[in-house]
Design a binder for this molecule. Structure first.
Ligand SMILES: [Zn+2]
Length: 303
């Protein structure tokens, strides 16, 4: 695939297509909406897409449809010609009460795209290792929910609409089917208890063409700021490092996916002693902490 601006080869990354020559980039997610791969290809090849549904404006608090085009070296919205009547009809189709939304879309091999819009705007890709799509999407929702519960005070929690790409996951979440695998059942239950903690919620199944995210999340780089609430207990035992993480299936799965030498014994993770600095680096990264030296000094204070 070549850059639509300067025709140099594009680099395909988990979150965007990037041109290393002219700096052009096309994000895979625009205004809370994962752009279907087919539309992305059309955009890069022809400089323009057809109308795409499902963009969300926080400011206007509504969904909208638009085409995308490459203009002045960047991707911009291209709106259909103004037609007062059809515009108003479209607004009516998406009720104003839909304002707080979490979209989860699993890609290959346990990688999930999570996009939160409304009361909190966040989007990230997260790798949960070798888990099926239905479980990865559940872990994605758990991650998003913990983030929401951490960031949004109990007084200001409007209804949360969770939009899932995976049909099985949506059916489990809606109690239409019970998962056979205990692992999935436990994850769904953990998710329900977080949803109930949040307040009013609903889950929808909205399937879109799955984006072909090749290679998953860039290897060797830990996700940043997705578990700001996480407390880890790291200690040494018999030449091993023991890591105790909170009872959050998503955080544990992400840890195991990031640190391949980690072995879970039912309660804690065991790793070779040499992995200790990497464990600390993971904790700092997922908590969203910068300034590593300072943090380590604080940890070393006498108790
Ligand atoms: Zn270029």
């Amino acid at each position: 695939m070549n850059c639509p601006v300067c025709k140099s080869p594009l680099s395909e990354e988990p979150t965007a297509y990037k041109c290393t020559q002219c700096g052009f980039r096309a994000w895979r997610a625009v205004a809370g909406n994962m752009i279907p791969e087919e539309d992305m290809q059309t955009l890069l090849e022809t400089g323009r897409t057809g109308i795409i549904d499902g963009f969300y404006t926080r400011k206007g608090n509504r969904y909208f449809s638009a085409a995308l085009e490459v203009k002045d070296g960047r991707v911009s919205f291209l709106f259909p010609p103004k037609d007062g009547e059809s515009k108003r009809r479209e607004d009516r189709r998406e009720p104003d009460s839909v304002q707080n939304r979490m979209r989860v879309e699993s890609a290959q091999s346990g990688t999930v795209f999570v996009s939160i819009s409304g009361i909190l705007g966040k989007r990230f890709m997260i790798d949960f290792g070798l888990v099926p799509a239905r479980l990865a999407e559940c872990y994605g929702v758990i991650t998003g929910l913990r983030l929401l519960l951490h960031e949004v005070s109990a007084r200001q929690r409007p209804e949360l609409v969770v939009s899932a790409n995976n049909r099985e996951f949506a059916e489990y979440a809606l109690r239409e089917h019970t998962p056979k695998r205990a692992e999935v059942r436990i994850a769904i239950e953990q998710m329900w208890s977080l949803l109930d903690k949040w307040g009013p919620w609903k889950v929808m199944h909205e399937q879109r063409r799955r984006a072909s995210l090749k290679g998953g999340v860039s290897v060797g780089k830990f996700p940043w700021g997705i578990f700001p609430w996480l407390e880890a207990d790291v200690s040494d035992y018999n030449g091993k490092v023991i890591v105790e993480l909170p009872d959050c299936l998503a955080a544990r799965a992400q840890f195991a996916a990031s640190l391949r030498t980690a072995r879970f014994n039912g309660q804690a993770f065991l790793l070779p002693a040499a992995a200790k600095p990497v464990v600390h680096a993971w904790v700092r990264s997922v908590r969203g902490e910068r300034g590593e030296a300072k943090k380590d000094a604080a940890d070393a204070r006498p108790s």
